[in-house]
Unconditional design. Structure first.
Length: 534
């Protein structure tokens, strides 16, 4: 078999040629020399058996003919002796002979048909078995060339049919036979995105080997078609995919041919994340001061993100905006989370920073926050004669900033009104981000592959609308419809969504969080909300 087709994502093909040329040659040679692992070749014994059967049938036909001629000769002799009597006897014997012959032919025909069907069934079963274990057989050949069995999850590393192969940071698996997931969607989410942290620890490259569609049509005429062409079609249906890590999909053909390479590029769109807070007048200076320190946090903790932090002010509304051309959105979101937890006093400066000088600087900033609040508190008492407990005021401001930064269901805005009430507006981008994280965690908790696939499909569909600015772009979108259907199924006893919720604990909390996020987005874009139980 020959590699004739390549899907290359994010420059993976150039990386393979530059760093893994020898490993690529090994892959080509192993598949070229061992296609018997996938397909039968007619053996010498099988051919001789077929010829023997034809010879036996010819011999039986000849003996039957000679017997018939002998019988006719005897009948002729008897006819001379007693013509009238023999005619009657001949008629009876002829009838019996004909019936016997027809019965024998019918029996032989039935036995031949049954034998043929049995043989075809046996061969089909053997071919299916051969196809299913083919990945295991190929893996043994790779191990002889010093490739090692590998699995991201150490607990299942010893399972014989669920593994990858690795050599010099090139990680290989098969898109046919048994073992890992067989669709591009599963490959992206269950292999790459789920193990992104491990993959980025060193200069790894992922390769999956599939069969071309022509192979399935001519040889593998059963089961699901997981061809290279299907992977290519699936990519264009689900793109853009939410990963940057490069990977390759090889397509195997029965005949050699020119190499077809399709380069797939990730979107590389600039990242922009925003948090907005509207402060009371007495909180404004203190809140603005602590938020301006976030730029220092990004430079100290995550310099590789090349993040630009800016603050926009509109009356008492403060917008904290982070932009990055090539950063990781999840890392920037995590930075918001951690900083919000420090302000809310859920974690200490010592837990936030490793360097004691940075710890001291952060403590100073938090001390300035408290001093600013005390000063503003005294001004309010003098000018407005309002009795406000300073400790409660401090806790209130900490809650406002902390909740706004730690990816809430919706950021909290504080209205500048006499009754000092709280109102909530919807940040749809934050809701999409939270839903994505909740779905990621639910995929890990789901028991069946079917449910994992369904959740991954919802996650990918929602990702398309994540950067939408207008409600009309989100209303009645595929992602919102799929999420609504899943949440409704949770209340239907007997299906997998309901069974997942019945687990309780983290699974139920995540589903409730998804319900709240959906209702917020539905309110924003004008769709029907789900029952308030969520």
């Amino acid at each position: 078999m020959y590699i004739t087709k390549v899907l290359s994502y994010n420059g993976a093909w150039a990386k393979l040629l530059a760093k893994h040329q020898s490993e690529f040659s090994e892959i080509e040679n192993i598949f070229k020399d061992n296609d018997e692992f996938l397909f039968f070749k007619e053996s010498k014994e099988s051919k001789e058996s077929k010829e023997s059967k034809e010879s036996k049938e010819s011999k039986e036909s000849k003996e039957s003919k000679e017997s018939q001629e002998s019988q006719e000769s005897q009948e002729s002799k008897e006819s001379k002796e007693s013509k009238e009597s023999q005619e009657s006897k001949e008629s009876q014997e002829s009838k019996e002979s004909q019936e016997s012959q027809e019965s024998q032919e019918s029996k032989e025909s039935k036995e031949s048909k049954e034998s043929k069907e049995s043989k075809e069934s046996k061969e089909s079963q053997e071919l299916l078995t051969k196809y299913m274990i083919s990945s295991y057989e190929f893996a043994k050949k790779f191990e002889l060339d010093n490739w090692i069995k590998f699995n991201f999850n150490e607990k299942v590393e010893k399972r014989s049919l669920d593994f990858l192969l690795k050599k010099n940071n090139l990680i290989l698996d098969f898109g046919f036979g048994m073992g890992s997931s067989k669709s591009l969607l599963e490959y992206v989410f269950n292999i790459i995105k789920k193990n992104n942290e491990y993959l980025n620890q060193s200069d790894n490259l992922l390769v999956r080997v599939c069969l071309n569609n022509s192979v399935y049509e001519s040889r593998v005429k059963f089961g699901e078609n997981n061809s290279w062409e299907r992977y290519s079609e699936e990519y264009y249906n689900i793109s853009p995919i939410p990963i940057d890590f490069p990977f390759l999909i090889f397509g195997l053909s029965l005949e050699p041919g020119s190499l077809e390479i399709i380069e797939l590029e990730n979107s590389n769109e600039p990242i922009m994340i925003e948090r907005s807070i509207e402060f009371k007048p007495e909180h404004y200076q203190a809140g603005l001061g602590i938020l301006s320190y976030f730029g220092t946090v990004m430079r100290k903790k995550y310099p590789e993100q090349n993040a630009k932090v800016k603050i926009e002010q509109d009356d008492f509304i403060v917008r904290l905006i982070v932009e990055s051309e090539n950063g990781d959105k999840e890392i920037i979101e995590r930075a918001f989370d951690e900083f919000g937890l420090v302000i809310h006093q859920d974690i200490t400066p010592e837990e936030f920073y490793d360097n004691y000088l940075d710890v001291a600087e952060l403590k100073t900033k938090l001390g300035i926050l408290e001093s600013e609040l005390k000063f503003q508190h005294q001004l309010v008492k003098v000018h407005e004669h309002r009795a406000i407990e300073l400790q409660k005021d401090k806790e209130f401001l900490q809650n406002v900033i902390g909740q706004a930064l730690v990816r809430p269901n919706s950021p909290i805005y504080i209205n500048n009104q006499q009754h000092n009430s709280q109102s909530t507006v919807i940040n749809h981008k934050a809701e999409f981000a939270k839903s994505n994280d909740d779905l990621e965690d639910l995929i890990d908790l789901a028991d069946s592959e079917a449910l994992k696939n369904r959740l991954a499909t919802i996650q990918n569909a929602l990702e398309v609308n994540r950067n939408a600015d207008q409600p009309e772009e989100v209303k009645d979108s595929s992602g919102m419809k799929k999420l609504a259907k899943f949440l409704k199924d949770v209340n239907e006893v007997g299906n997998e969504a309901n069974a997942l919720a019945e687990k309780g604990g983290k699974a139920l909390d995540l589903i409730k969080s998804l319900g709240r996020a959906y209702n917020s987005l539905a309110l924003w874009c004008g769709m029907s909300q789900i029952p308030s139980v969520f």
